[in-house]
Design a protein around this ligand. Structure first.
Ligand code: FES
Length: 239
């Protein structure tokens, strides 16, 4: 037997997986689909959102599979009624505090929250509580931050610190007032941001997006005073 592997059972399927795997990694390596939001394969897992919850035999509650290590003989179920209900509840709570403006959002049809809600069959949210409202941070030429769309997954914090070593973002405040922001809620133009765009690349929703400068470009192109004439090389006749 391979000393570096353990045998586990996921949804009745026996698997040999590296003993350093998490349940989520083991499941995905076998093609078993488990939804996730705060997990990103290139970043350290954090177990923040709980969307990836599964049942593990012997565990007292549902566990977050992205941070739960595999053990020899472990039995995992990823699609029981309790798991489906638990995931639905988590996503519904996220949506209850999220703008319902998908159709006009830059990430429409490219949003992980929207896609998971669709997969779970969520058509409406049962909860109607207070929603957070924050001003848009579009104070720089590259990125637009809309904290009303932030689900506090922390992916941008980890990408900025672990991958880029810049450490611009952190969690600010506590409880309902928690945000992910540069220190003291400063704009990105006031801190050491290099505008690399990694935070936008890993953001699962429309909370951080690349700035769409199309409108400005069209304004310049349609203004005859500012119109830049692009010189093209003269055509060469081919005999
Ligand atoms: Fe596992 Fe968020 S993906 S807790």
């Amino acid at each position: 037997m391979d000393q570096d592997k353990v045998t586990i059972t996921i949804d009745g399927q026996k698997l040999q997986v590296p003993k350093t795997s998490t349940v989520l990694e083991a499941a995905r390596s076998a093609g078993v689909k488990i939804p996730s939001l705060c997990y990103h394969p290139e970043l350290r897992p954090e177990g923040a959102c709980r969307v990836c919850m599964v049942e593990v035999e012997g565990a007292r509650s549902l566990v977050a599979s992205c941070v739960y290590p595999v053990n020899e003989g472990m039995v995992v179920r990823t699609n029981t009624p309790a798991v489906r209900e638990g995931r639905k509840m988590v996503v519904e709570l996220l949506l209850a505090n999220h703008p319902q403006d998908c159709l006009s959002c830059q990430r429409n049809l490219n949003c992980e929250l929207q896609s998971i809600a669709g997969d779970l069959g969520l058509r409406q949210v049962r909860f109607d509580g207070e929603k957070k409202h924050y001003p848009l941070d579009d104070s720089n030429p590259s990125l637009v931050r809309d904290q009303s769309k932030c689900i506090l997954c922390g992916r941008c914090i980890r990408a900025c610190s672990e991958r880029q070593g810049v450490h611009v973002y952190s969690f600010v405040n506590r409880g309902f007032d928690t945000t992910v922001s540069p220190a003291f809620n400063q704009g990105l133009h006031q801190v050491a941001c290099t505008f690399c765009g990694q935070c936008a690349a890993v953001c699962p929703t429309g909370a951080i997006v690349e700035r769409d400068n199309t409108a400005e470009v069209w304004k310049v192109l349609s203004d005859p005073q500012k119109h830049v004439v692009v010189q093209t090389a003269p055509a060469v006749r081919v005999a």
